[in-house]
Design a protein around this ligand. Structure first.
Ligand code: ADP
Length: 174
């Protein structure tokens, strides 16, 4: 599923995000930035130990914010680490925190000349955010970023076909 918006391609794909050759990939990190499971673990494994060294020097990242590093052994030049919210039932500002994680990632991308980037399905793994709801937020933030300009390619990179279907439905619904 693919939408062209303001000269920017917004696309849902099914892939291992660590294999993508882009200006940047986004990591669904935790506040420590010291690595974890899921996509975070996969990114650190592929990038090698230098990524952890750089993350350590940053000293953490609050929920809803983002930090940028190099990509080291990854094919992507940079990694934008963002921290999505842990789902606590939906009344604790989770929607806004997830939107903020996307916005902060796009802002950092823009500041660093990143024009092509991929996001994993932030917060929908161990953080438990409902997937359809997360997909709608991801798509609306991707479109807002495309509309503001400076991006050529925004990939919403799902790890399973089922997730990709949900994100594609959100993309189609716009
Ligand atoms: P969070 O803590 O933000 O929920 P997770 O890493 O647990 O982060 O999950 C976020 C999403 O990333 C999930 O949909 C999971 O299936 C997906 N994921 C896990 N590994 C990869 C990978 N290598 N590439 C892309 N997505 C991945």
């Amino acid at each position: 599923m693919l939408v062209e918006r303001n000269g920017c391609r917004v696309e849902v794909i099914t892939a291992d995000i660590t294999t993508l050759t882009l200006d940047a990939i986004v990591n669904a990190a935790n506040e420590s930035l010291l690595g974890g499971g899921g996509v975070d673990g996969a990114i650190h494994r592929k990038a090698g130990p230098e990524l952890l060294d750089e993350c350590r020097s940053i000293g953490g990242c609050p929920t809803g914010e983002a930090r940028i590093t190099f990509g080291y052994k990854l094919p992507a030049r940079r990694v934008i680490h963002t921290v999505g919210p842990v789902w606590r039932g939906g009344q604790r500002g989770e929607d806004e925190a997830l939107a903020s994680a996307y916005r902060a990632s796009f802002a950092l991308a823009r500041q660093n000349g990143v024009s092509s980037l991929a996001f994993p399905a932030i917060s929908t793994g161990v953080y438990g955010f409902p997937k359809e709801r997360a997909a709608r937020i991801a798509v609306s933030q991707a479109f807002a970023a495309a509309d503001e300009g400076d991006f050529s390619l925004i990939l919403l990179c799902c790890f399973s076909r089922e997730d990709a279907l949900l994100y594609a439905q959100a993309l189609e619904g716009r």
